[in-house]
Design a protein around this ligand. Sequence first.
Ligand code: DGJ
Length: 717
Amino acid sequence: MIEISKDKTFHLRGKSYSYVMRVDGSGYLEHVYFGARVGEDDLSYLNAPSFLSFSPIPPDAYDPAFSLDHTPQEYASFGQGDFRTPSVLARRADGDVASRFRYLSHAVGDEEGESCLPKARGGETLAVTLKDALSGVTVCLRYTVYEDCDVLVRSAEIVNGGEEPVRLERAYSFSVDLPAGEYDVLRLHGRHLAERAYERTPLGHGTVRICSTRGASSHQMNPFLALLSRNADEDGGECFGFTLLYSGSYALEAEKSQTDAVRVQGGVGDTAFSWTLGAGERFTAPQAALIYSASGLGTLSREAHDFLRRHVIPVQSANRPIVVNNWEATYFDFDRQKLLALIGEAADLGIDTFVLDDGWFGKRDGDASGLGDWSVSTQKLEGGLKPLIDACKRRGMKFGLWFEPEMVSEDSDLFRAHPDWAVGKADVPRCKSRNQYVLDFTRPEIVDHVYARMAEILAANEISYVKWDMNRHITEFFSPALPAERMGEFSHRYILGVYTLAKRLRERFPQVFFEGCSGGGGRFDAGMLAYFPQIWTSDDTDAAERAKIQWATSFVYPISAMSCHVSACPNHQTGRVTPLSTRAALASLGPTGYELDLGKLSDGEKGEVRKQIAAYRETEALIMEGDLYRLSDPFRETVFAEMVVSKDKKSAYLVGMTMRAVPADFNRRIRLKGLDENRAYHVRELGLTLHGSTLMRAGLLLPKQQEYESWTWHLES
Ligand code: DGJ
């Protein structure tokens, strides 16, 4: 709900938060309040001007003590007395970068034009336009509120209303100034095979900046930052989350100022960034989601999950494919017979989709060649894809195919024909990573080419699933097609090319289910989720490592988006041996699948797999739509445990795993969460019927288990 008073105070009400801003006496758009719902009161007293030495008074100050240096703002400019980090830097032809953005107009329901940038659906939007009288540049700040989740979506559109070109050196999506306080910063850092570990540190003075300069949101630092009140934990305390619907180089910053107030802002990364706006031209910054919780990190996550599931992730069907993927079963070493055998085994076990991973195209027997040559290798696969697809169809299965659309190998026909299509300069040796180069997706003709190649294969074959991979980051950030003064646009233009290709393919092939991937979870972000309903969570399929990765990934992303496979033991990444039941239990906390040579399973194990698949289908609705409660932290506790509860609280599913066996550790209890305290639940595996109040307060005894054993509890009422 959006309420606007005559004196231009804007009160946005989400499901249970208020977000208040106002135009002050000098015409600046001040941030007033973001937190739990408040009454329809005049809150201007919160921003009463107060004199502070060395804080400059702007020439248009409405009060002699007014200074932008410590006034909370909605979008901060530079060179008008606010010495904190600005949200926008627009350099004019004479080199001047100072700006004074003041209120110009507002509109309810203002819609952005059509673009390929990921965009949240629904909600009610307020657009407030600010104008910098010095340059003529305007910024349209958009705010979208939702009745069904505590998320505020923000974005900024910058238009050069002047006559001279301006160069944007920073153009963030949002900025918000939270009041003085003691906060912790939470971030998700990592690396390939170990994505999204979490780190919580007190926010001191100065700036905490998380970012990626890799041309992708990255394994190394996920585009999510949260500010938690010092006392906040899973179940209590005020928390603010910030994420971007964006998959390229980005920055998110939290800056604690001299007055202990905290500015949080972010958007497209400003390292080596610039964007030239000719007269009348516009730059649209990606959307950011601001998530609010008055009751802990658990609630913050559930609000983010509801938002992403209802307003961002495309809805295709209630059931996700249960796949067998041949990657860890064969790597590059396969032929038709091997794959037919895998399809046969999969069909016998009740798996519904076979996904052919890397190696089916061009000359591709290893990772040093073939990328870019998207035609089936009939040398390797006699008869092409058809015999495989036919075999799938005969057994009632569907067929999926792997692509890495953005890449090219040096040893490929595509590169030999177009050496200038790779990012960088054709005459200067370029960095290789996984032996490959990145295609210059800033150039529409290259995106068109890849689209045509992929579309041809998707149109000619019955393919219901595409795994879209990306296995290196960008280094050279140079395109011969961009003029020198526009080279700073490379990174953002690249990701716009990626979105354009994804959008065109999804529109042309609505029946195809797309899974995102980037060497595992290197592009696990809300931007990708706007195109791909699920993402391969990590190349690390070890159950104990996955317990951690899936735990922290769920801080912001729903488990319905986390693709999880059961793989072979000893695990290929860590060498660890875990029971098949544990691997399946962990993989059941997300769209599940298998990635191993099924032919090597014993009859007993095959029986187990059949049961796992039936059990997964039984709980799938909970995984897709339920509320997630994190119970026991695998990073810190000896046990991992998470549960999902249906929205009507009638059923729940819990998965636990012993991370570290502790001798003689008797009678430890685990308290369940999220249940209806008055309802009686039957815990199937324990044969117990207990009230929600008992399960949540007295808890259940932890099973006595060996290291890496797991358990599942199904609750019904
Ligand atoms: C990285 C992915 O994460 C893997 O699942 C697999 O598809 C390989 N690439 C193939 O090269």
